[in-house]
Design a protein around this ligand. Structure first.
Ligand SMILES: [Zn+2]
Length: 90
């Protein structure tokens, strides 16, 4: 459950409310019952756009993508039999 941050338009105080995503935004200040507005993802770091939950975590490098390239052993040198490379002229 995300924490939403509100700011009262009347007394200018900020407060946080733990709410469900489906829950309607709180319209009232908890201090003076004045009108409060919800601050969009301020100080929380979460962006709620469909399936984009915790989008900050997915910006890190995927470790498995790098591993498949680096794990290849060094066998790139051509294996030519060098025993027969000497000229057989007499
Ligand atoms: Zn207030």
């Amino acid at each position: 459950m995300p924490t939403y941050e509100y700011r009262c338009l009347k007394c200018r105080r900020k407060f946080e409310r733990l709410q469900r995503i489906t829950e309607p935004p709180l319209g009232r200040c908890v201090f003076c019952k004045g009108k409060a507005e919800r601050l969009i993802s301020a100080g929380v770091g979460l962006i709620f756009k469909g399936s984009g939950f915790y989008s900050t975590d997915y910006k890190k490098k995927p470790k498995d993508a790098v591993k498949s390239v680096a794990s290849e052993p060094k066998a790139a040198s051509p294996k030519e039999p060098k025993t027969e490379s000497t000229p057989k002229k007499n």
